[in-house]
Design a protein around this ligand. Structure first.
Ligand SMILES: *[C@@H]1O[C@H](CO)[C@@H](O)[C@H](O)[C@H]1NC(C)=O
Ligand SMILES: *[C@@H]1O[C@H](CO)[C@@H](O)[C@H](O)[C@H]1NC(C)=O
Ligand SMILES: *[C@@H]1O[C@H](CO)[C@@H](O)[C@H](O)[C@H]1NC(C)=O
Ligand SMILES: *[C@@H]1O[C@H](CO)[C@@H](O)[C@H](O)[C@H]1NC(C)=O
Ligand SMILES: [Zn+2]
Ligand SMILES: [Zn+2]
Length: 592
């Protein structure tokens, strides 16, 4: 009761804001908050959307807000369809990135061999890949042979601008180029495409063509001829591409091209990759939804008056927990959410955790460390912890303590906050999922001391070195006053999303989080007495191109050496990965 009272205070102060508010008569902000939840507005055509799950199929064990697992999610979609959809239609969509973030996917060889089985238990109507299916050949081969050509997803796996190189060196589409189908109840004719953003670091088994270029190809013209506007009710464009893209505007280019062929069709976008909750209005007949990351969110979208000239769109971000799932599917108690199939998947997840030893406890984290809700200078900041206490533990046969040393990491190599409590084998994968190799270069101190600043202030390209969500979150301070800052006793901290419909998209009102900008790189510096000599500059092999660029640019300015740096100057350093060093550090706390 008390929470309901607090809630009404928090909500009254909400200021509606939205770029296109006037266009949308039935805009979200006019809705009421029911009890502690904001309800879903089911319409004729409904969608549930996940993206960027990155192996998080086993729930967030230390965060109640996201405490449901993949089995609960399957139970939810089943119950939701049975109890809420009735004679309307529901489509289930995922937009890729299924590796690198959790032990369930990353503790196996090949990466994802067990998590893919679990993920594929969900009955997606449309699914595709993200860039994390394309870093290693193993991941790409697994995705193609286990999911793309899986009978269960025949026709439903769509990748309009990605090609696969088969074991026989044949180049084939990575799934269907498009899907045309009819919904089962209201018989809407749906034409679906899927685009991956212009990702240029794919391994040799995949080829990515920029979306705007792909749309110039013959196959697209043939689709337009076969399915002209009058034969299509809704175009769905789902893919691994941010729906708000202030730098490349890729999705806006796609939209402009589609509108030339389909000026009067409803076009609904589903996006991913930037790891945020987001909703964007493209025009009166077109919106886009993006549903966060790491199985923290199920995105809901409905379209009503689908065949009219004034369709109505509604969106919600559902917290990934059983309370939310039970509430929105309309069951009375959490226990009524359970389906046999969902429960089977949950127990299989439990078995995999055991098999992979993910629950085995390594040590105890005495307090929580955060990526961006504490400033870098704070002792509660995870990058501060790493540069002060963890990276100095790196050992190598290539150096010794008489040598000055810089160790530089890109902040995007850290993926999650480190929470107080047990540090398990899983925690290592969660905080630092990449199995990094260290390289080093021997350079004069005069150059070494400026590399980090160069990478942090340099060209916009460098922002890909930070965590995906930081680029968009960096925009927040500019928009900070747009949503009320909520600080209500009894509420948990969580998402307060500002999108084109306003501040009320989240299915629960949460206390707001502070945000502090994350730089592209951070470093640990150990200067020894003879510091005027050269130093060892150590970094992840993954970011070597950035480091070489920085050294050459700085040297051009400062003229410290007379040669240009290249890959040939960089050598293997050896030593444990950041995740392993963090584990060693946590272990050492127990002993002290
Ligand atoms: C393709 O090759 C990989 C190894 O490169 C192998 O693991 C896989 O089983 C092969 N798949 C098929 C369908 O031939
Ligand atoms: C759940 O698992 C049990 C035991 O393995 C099996 O007998 C049953 O058929 C499964 N049910 C479903 C719906 O998959
Ligand atoms: C899990 O731990 C057990 C016992 O410590 C060990 O025998 C087994 O090899 C481990 N399995 C994996 C996958 O690490
Ligand atoms: C430390 O390394 C330097 C050069 O990298 C070498 O000259 C020196 O002998 C080493 N010292 C020890 C104690 O190994
Ligand atoms: Zn991702
Ligand atoms: Zn991605």
């Amino acid at each position: 009761m008390l929470t309901a009272f607090w809630l009404s205070i928090a909500v009254v102060s909400a200021i509606p804001i939205g770029k296109f508010q006037a266009v949308f008569n039935g805009a979200e902000e006019k809705g009421h908050d029911e009890g502690n939840f904001r309800d879903l507005k089911v319409g004729e055509l409904n969608f549930l959307h996940t993206t960027d799950t990155h192996g998080w199929l086993g729930s967030h064990l230390t965060q109640a807000n996201y405490g449901a697992d993949w089995g609960d999610f399957i139970s939810f979609t089943t119950k939701f369809k049975e109890r809420r959809i009735g004679s309307n239609d529901l489509l289930l969509i995922d937009t890729g990135d299924k590796h690198d973030g959790n032990g369930i996917s990353d503790a196996t060889v090949p990466n994802g061999i067990r998590s893919t089985e679990i993920f594929n238990e969900q009955d997606y109507d449309l699914l595709t890949l993200g860039n994390h299916e394309l870093y290693t050949e193993d991941n790409t081969i697994l995705e193609y042979y286990s999911t793309v050509v899986n009978d269960k997803f025949k026709g439903k796996y769509v990748a309009s601008n990605v090609e696969f190189v088969t074991n026989e060196s044949e180049i084939v589409p990575f799934g269907s180029k498009y899907r045309f189908f009819q919904t089962s109840n209201l018989r809407y004719n749906i034409l679906a495409f899927s685009f991956l953003f212009n990702f240029q670091r794919a391994n040799s088994r995949a080829i990515v063509t920029p979306a705007a270029e792909e749309l110039q190809k013959d196959w697209f013209q043939e689709v337009v001829n076969s399915y002209p506007e009058e034969k299509v009710d809704v175009i769905i464009v789902f893919g691994h591409m941010p729906i708000t893209d202030p730098e490349e505007h890729e999705i806006n280019k796609v939209h402009a091209i589609l509108r030339t062929y389909y000026p009067n069709s409803v076009i609904q976008y589903f996006g991913g990759h930037s790891h945020i909750r987001d909703f964007a209005i493209f025009d009166e007949l077109s919106t886009g939804l993006q549903s966060g990351r790491f199985a923290e969110t199920v995105g809901f979208l409905s379209i009503d008056n689908v065949r009219s000239e004034a369709p109505r769109f509604s969106r919600r971000y559902i917290d990934f927990n059983k309370d939310s799932f039970a509430h929105h599917s309309g069951v009375n108690f959490k226990k009524d959410l359970r389906t046999e199939r969902g429960a089977n998947v949950s127990s299989k997840i439990g078995e995999i955790r055991e098999e992979l030893n993910l629950t085995s406890v390594v040590g105890y984290v005495p307090r929580s460390y955060y990526m961006d809700s504490k400033p870098l200078t704070s002792k509660k900041n995870i990058y501060n912890l790493l540069t002060t206490n963890v990276l100095p533990l790196l050992k190598s046969k290539k150096t010794n303590s008489s040598k000055s040393r810089f160790i530089l990491i890109n902040t995007g190599s850290i993926r999650y906050d480190l929470y107080e409590g047990e540090f398990t084998k899983d925690t290592e994968y969660i905080v630092s999922p990449f199995s990094n190799d260290w390289n080093f270069v021997e350079i004069p101190l005069a150059l070494a001391e400026d590399v980090a600043a160069y990478l942090n202030n340099g060209a916009i390209l460098m922002t890909s070195m930070g965590p995906p969500e930081s680029r968009m979150k960096a925009e927040l301070p500019k928009r900070r006053d747009s949503c009320p800052f909520i600080h209500t006793p009894g509420f948990t901290k969580g998402y307060t999303t500002l999108d084109d419909f306003g501040c009320k998209g989240d299915d629960k009102v949460h206390n707001s989080e502070l945000y502090f900008p994350v730089p592209n790189v951070v470093q640990s510096v150990e200067l020894q007495a003879g510091w005027s000599e050269s130093v060892h500059f150590v970094f992840y092999s993954f970011i070597q191109p950035y480091v070489i660029n920085a050294l050459n640019a700085l040297n051009e300015e400062k003229k410290v050496v007379t040669y240009k740096f290249s890959d040939a100057d960089c050598m293997k350093y050896g030593g444990k990965s950041t995740g392993e060093l963090l584990k060693d550090y946590i272990r050492s706390l127990d002993k002290s």
